[in-house]
Design a protein around this ligand. Sequence first.
Ligand SMILES: Cc1cc2nc3c(=O)[nH]c(=O)nc-3n(C[C@H](O)[C@H](O)[C@H](O)COP(=O)(O)O)c2cc1C
Length: 237
Amino acid sequence: MPQTSPTPGLFETIYTTRALRRFKPDPIPEEVLFQLFDAAIRAPSGQNVQDWRFVVITDPAVKREMQAWAEESWKRYQPQFAADPAAIDALPRTKRLSLRSVEHLSHHLAEVPAIILVCGLKGRHSTPGGSTFPAVQNLMLAARALGLGGSVFNLALRRDRLHEMLAIPENNEIYCLLPMGYPTDKQGPVRRKPVKDVVYLERFGAAWEFAAKQPENGWQDRWVARDTPLNGSATSP
Ligand SMILES: Cc1cc2nc3c(=O)[nH]c(=O)nc-3n(C[C@H](O)[C@H](O)[C@H](O)COP(=O)(O)O)c2cc1C
């Protein structure tokens, strides 16, 4: 029973929210942005401290500088493909699509309507990311439900420069960057290792028989229409 609708249900949203890295130039209306953050901050955090802070970056000059950092990171991260971009075409499909989209965003970051910087108080939590990334995932899911898309994209993360340029206090840690906009690539089923490979029963490494009998793709067919384009990727940074 594939369930697709203009406003996807919770499970369809979870099964189809991909990392998207190509966007239309259209700006994100403020009421849409507000809905995005109003959903993001419903997430849990340790002691409900909610010390996450978000900076919405739309300033072209700042985005241009961030793109320059992303271009440098791309060269460091994929020197072979930076020197010879055509070599990406020889890769297997999922790897090729994924790398092409990372390459694209690295060279077009300045055109993205908004880059969301996520930070929070340093040293406030014993598991700092644990009190931040639930809000990031809420934001990603809300984005998908609102017709937006994005991805964590830390290739443009220059902490020292961002602290300075955006007046981020020293007692805040920057966790990630999320370029966001109306995507030109489609959301679609995400490929993940099956449950049986990552969930054990009682002891680490001990098989869970029920999971072992389920389809390799899990139960995604319950939530994703079969004709949903599968241009997702299993491998990205
Ligand atoms: C902590 C974290 C860091 C990430 N850093 C980057 C990054 O620097 N560049 C990038 O293109 N994607 C980055 N991603 C996105 C992942 O590559 C992507 O979510 C993953 O490959 C799954 O993609 P899919 O949902 O489209 O299958 C990051 C994701 C997370 C959670």
